[in-house]
Design a binder for this molecule. Structure first.
Ligand code: SAM
Length: 277
């Protein structure tokens, strides 16, 4: 996997610089600098009161959301495998006078890197698709938590990730599950955010994960599902015809609606599910 991780890390390192100059509204840094909150309405309404909680934000990118979690009163650690993302997150938190810790490393090593006993693991938007092993991810999440601690996850919907839109028509371009050793190779000359500057690291390797793997992995890791919500909005323009609605994007008028995103909360506790049952 190291070859895939290395290519993705190089791309994410490069994207950090572009995203600091974002003009798309995905990373409104002026708002963050003015004390604004960048969490999307979905997670903002679902995470609950995290004041005084010990939270780890996995795949935190350059820490914008980590800073927002800290401003809600949580003691937050962000983890990302991009050295540039972590260095930028540290600088941004220092500039804004926000107390947050940032750690560099692979999410699969999270418990060893950030420690255990967290009240919440927080994972949102564009995280799972970079991971070849979702069951191993679920185990790492559970190992970071104290008994009774929760995972909050908000992500693109597995159905949405199978599709591409061409001239207003949706086509199934990607399989619903991606074998770890055969990732989807994306050649992306620009980023989903930033200022349109072409990137040198065009290649990215990704994986689609079905609900049965995501939720099955969490159950197997000893987590109990509290809820699973599906949403008709997502924080990036997933398809060309989508239209902005506040911080989010929705399908254009007249299109048949599909699930674009999901969110779930799962609590650590109880016996781990038998994977063979
Ligand atoms: C789309 S960004 C996540 C943005 C996030 N929603 C936020 O809070 O800003 C994806 C992040 O995942 C990180 N990443 C990808 N694969 C990783 C891995 N195996 N371990 C740790 N971080 C990883 C990338 O460096 C990137 O910063």
């Amino acid at each position: 996997m190291e070859e895939f991780f290395a290519a993705n890390r190089a791309r994410w390192d490069e994207l950090v610089g572009l995203h600091l100059r974002d003009t798309t509204g995905v990373y409104p840094l002026d708002e963050l600098r003015a004390g604004g909150d960048l969490l999307c309405p979905i997670e903002a309404s679902e995470i609950g009161d995290i004041a005084g909680k010990k939270v780890v934000h996995l795949q935190c990118h350059f820490g914008a959301d980590t800073i927002c979690l800290a401003r809600r009163g949580a003691t937050v650690t962000g983890l990302d495998f991009s050295p540039r993302a972590v260095a930028t997150a540290r600088a941004l938190a220092a500039e804004l006078g926000v107390d947050a810790t940032f750690v560099e490393g692979n999410v699969f090593d999270a418990p060893a890197l950030v420690g255990t006993g967290f009240d919440m693991v927080y994972v949102t938007w564009g995280a799972l698709g970079w991971l070849p092993y979702v069951r191993r991810w679920a185990k790492a999440v559970a190992d970071c938590l104290r008994p009774g601690g929760v995972l909050y996850l908000a992500e693109g919907h597995p159905f949405m990730f199978m599709l591409e839109e061409r001239e207003g028509r949706f086509e199934i371009d990607y399989e619903w599950r991606t074998p770890p050793e055969r990732p989807i190779l994306e050649i992306a000359p620009v980023s989903y955010a930033g200022d349109g500057t072409p990137v040198a690291n065009e290649r990215a390797f990704g994986w689609n994960h079905p609900f049965s793997e995501i939720i099955g992995g969490l159950l197997e890791a000893g987590m109990a599902l509290q809820y699973l919500h599906e949403h008709e909005m997502i924080p990036w323009r997933a398809f060309p015809s989508m239209v902005p609605q506040g911080r989010m994007y929705v399908q254009a008028e007249g299109q048949k609606k599909m699930p674009l995103a999901f969110s779930l909360k799962a609590v650590k506790g109880g016996p781990a599910a038998d994977p063979r049952a």
